[in-house]
Ligand binder design. Structure first.
Ligand code: PLP
Length: 416
């Protein structure tokens, strides 16, 4: 049967048979949503990691309402107080040294900003990106994304025949994630052309694969040696989800000598309101002169007020520590109540992947559908094999046990 919404929307998503209606009110931010038939679900999709406070946190709603009544739009040829304060708050918390912010609306836009800056600031034409990487779906970001199902047939469709600048023929060199020798060989061969290496410190869409500290430090060293920039795509992993403000700092540590040159963040950043930011080292940001980039909605006062309220609540309520505790808590629950079909539980903090089946086995969407239908838990399956949990940061042992039981019971009922 065709889903009623399928007739109105482009068929770009496999729509699940569920109409989300409202969050179940909760003073600490809601972990549960209600569908149009009144059924309640524990929400581990969370707008794909966009509501770190849970839904409709009362203090977040209050801050947005106050800003809405004050000023709701401003062109980027002006600045606003929420924008200034938000940029300052990010610069103070993220590891990019002496950073300058380009504020956008989505993750993809921030990848685009990072590509432009890397090419301009270095005058080079090659971006290194990794196998399984996801950086967005606009044509520039898509060139860095690995999945052929998303790429085909767009990549290369907007090439120029007579490029005037070296970076008008920019290209992406794709390497295996975590393979330091492959990276070293690529630098030996193409080092003078490599503008930047783009990496998700935790690959999210691919199935929640964290990079090792050793690999990130090695990558950083090679970039420094060859004059290339280090670009950390933290659209999914950043803004407290690991328990630290960035996954980079969580994995690598906060030594400024090992900091990335560029970092872009979205999803959790607005607490549910659309906003993304690309941070670049101050000297590099100078490469983006007037007219080199822009966006109408980026840095909108409402979005910045939402981001500021999110930072305030995350800090005052100790939610980064709560996020950090999620992965070890789930792993402890899994040890108490083992499930043979689960191959691995990995990630950091509140970005968790539960891989099902043998390595290489594809599980499709059936487990997720069963968890939703039979156990009232919403999850996404990514990489075709891994149940991804993106719970609000305050979710604790009770919710994780509920998710775990939904996973194991769904897998058991599938096996019988
Ligand atoms: C690592 C990463 N980069 C970029 C994007 C694109 O972000 P958006 O969908 O907000 O454009 C995503 C989205 O999932 C992502 O996970």
């Amino acid at each position: 049967m065709t889903h009623p919404m399928q007739e109105l929307r482009w068929p770009t998503y496999a729509l699940r048979d569920l109409v989300l209606d409202a969050a179940v009110p909760d003073e600490r931010g809601s972990l549960r949503v209600r569908d149009s038939a009144g059924r309640v679900y524990l929400d581990a999709v969370n707008g794909v990691g966009c509501a770190p406070l849970g839904h409709a946190h009362p203090r977040w709603v209050e801050a947005l309402t106050a800003q809405m009544q004050r000023l709701s739009a401003a062109a980027n040829s002006f600045s606003t107080e929420p924008q200034r304060r938000f940029a300052a708050a990010l610069v103070a918390r993220m590891p990019v040294p002496d950073a300058r912010a380009f504020i956008a609306t989505t993750g993809t836009e921030t990848t685009e900003a990072a590509i432009k800056l890397a090419l301009r600031a270095t005058g080079r034409n090659t971006i290194v990106a990794f196998e399984r990487a996801f950086h967005g779906r606009s044509l520039g970001a898509l060139a860095c994304t690995a999945n052929t199902a998303y790429r085909h047939p767009y990549v290369r469709c907007l090439g120029e025949s007579e490029p005037a600048e070296p970076f008008a023929t920019a290209r992406v060199l794709r390497l295996p994630f975590g393979d330091f020798d492959a990276l070293r060989r690529a630098f030996a061969e193409h080092g003078a052309a490599i503008a930047a290496v783009f990496i998700e410190p935790i690959q999210g869409e691919a199935g929640v694969y964290p990079a090792s500290r050793e690999f990130l430090v090695g990558l950083h060293g090679l970039c420094r040696e060859h004059g290339a920039l280090v670009g950390a795509d933290e659209v999914q992993s950043g803004f407290g989800r690991t328990g630290s403000w960035s996954a980079w700092a969580h994995i690598v540590g906060d030594d400024p000598a090992l900091a990335p040159d560029l970092m872009w963040i979205a999803k959790a950043l607005g607490g549910g309101f659309p906003i993304g930011v690309c941070l670049a080292r101050g000297d590099l940001a100078q490469a983006m002169g007037k007219g080199t980039h822009g966006t109408t909605f980026g840095g909108n006062p409402l979005a910045c007020a939402a981001g500021l309220a999110t930072i305030d609540i995350l800090e005052r309520d100790g939610l980064l520590a709560a996020a950090a505790a999620q992965l070890p808590t789930l792993q402890a629950i899994a040890r108490e109540e083992p499930c043979a079909r689960v191959h691995e539980i990995r990630g950091h903090g509140a970005l968790i992947g539960v891989q099902v089946g043998k390595p290489g086995e594809q599980i499709g969407t059936a487990v997720g559908d069963r968890m939703m239908r039979d156990h009232g838990v919403l999850v996404t399956v990514c990489g075709g094999h891994t149940i991804r949990l993106l719970l609000p940061y305050r979710a604790g042992a009770d919710e994780l046990r509920e998710v775990w039981r939904a996973i194991s019971r769904s897998l058991e009922s599938e096996a019988t």
